[in-house]
Design a protein around this ligand. Sequence first.
Ligand SMILES: NC(=O)c1ccc[n+]([C@@H]2O[C@H](COP(=O)([O-])OP(=O)(O)OC[C@H]3O[C@@H](n4cnc5c(N)ncnc54)[C@H](OP(=O)(O)O)[C@@H]3O)[C@@H](O)[C@H]2O)c1
Length: 305
Amino acid sequence: MARALAVTGRDQSPAVLDVPVPNPGPGQIRVAVEAASVNGIDAAAGAGLLWDSVPHHFPVVLGRDFAGTVERVGPGVATIRPRDRVAGVITGMSLARGTLTDTIVFDARSVAPLPEGISEEQAAAAGLAAVTARALVDALALTSDDTVLVAGATGGVGAFAVQFARAAGATVYATARPGEATEFVRGLGANETVDYTNGLAAPPGLSAIVQAAGDGRELAALLPPGGRLSSATGASAATVGRSDIKVTSVVASFTPESLGTILDALASGALRAPITHTYAMSEAPQALADFGQHKLGKLVVDTRR
Ligand SMILES: NC(=O)c1ccc[n+]([C@@H]2O[C@H](COP(=O)([O-])OP(=O)(O)OC[C@H]3O[C@@H](n4cnc5c(N)ncnc54)[C@H](OP(=O)(O)O)[C@@H]3O)[C@@H](O)[C@H]2O)c1
């Protein structure tokens, strides 16, 4: 059995419970998970907001990203061995065996090795958020001529997007409430901050927007003709009401190679995992509750505690 943050049926609240763990089948590995992080889909599923829109296979274990150590390998797995340190991400919209657990069975071809010098917590914090942020920033093809607004810069996806946009050479405006949140995004490298709680004005020279939060229509209205907007929340040119800008809706997908590039950047110090709190497994329901309460960056669960 594994300890997991799980939901056992419709209208049940998430709780830390024991769930069965199968032996790894052909092409699979069993991983002793050491860290997993909380993402928006976990908070939404835990609050019962996805009952009617996403298939649930009970018991649903929440969590989309993890890092840990391989315990056993299934038949036919040649490239990964017990004691290897690995990280993985679940994409796609079905809810079944997630990563907020101390043990997971995973497709061996879908994990990336953990480089030396990077912790399981860092890798798990990057996971889905960093993969999504990478895709959002790549969709904008930013250069040093761009000024980009990252809407939702204080969240997990946004905190990575700020760093990727700066690394691309763009001038970065980051949304943040006054105070601690403003300091947080400045610490990630934002050139300027924007208090979104009082309405938004277009920063000078704005050419692109990463939408990790906020109203698509309101954000798109800030862009000049020819501007670009990439959206983590499903915006399209039609939904934002602008046919004269380029809108890209990003759905996270990843390969071990793309996750590996992110892990290497963490290991080299070029990228920072914006972890603001680590919870014990017994506190995982609290991590879920805290997610929607103006937390900053990434919340991580140490699944072994
Ligand atoms: N497309 C995909 O494949 C994919 C993958 C992962 C995530 N997502 C989506 O991406 C979004 C961001 O995910 P996340 O994990 O980063 O969530 P998150 O950690 O909750 O971040 C959202 C951040 O946005 C801030 N915010 C709220 N309203 C805002 C507004 N009007 N303007 C600017 N900032 C605002 C929040 O701050 P306050 O709490 O202080 O208001 C929070 O810090 C979510 O909608 C998530 O579902 C999509």
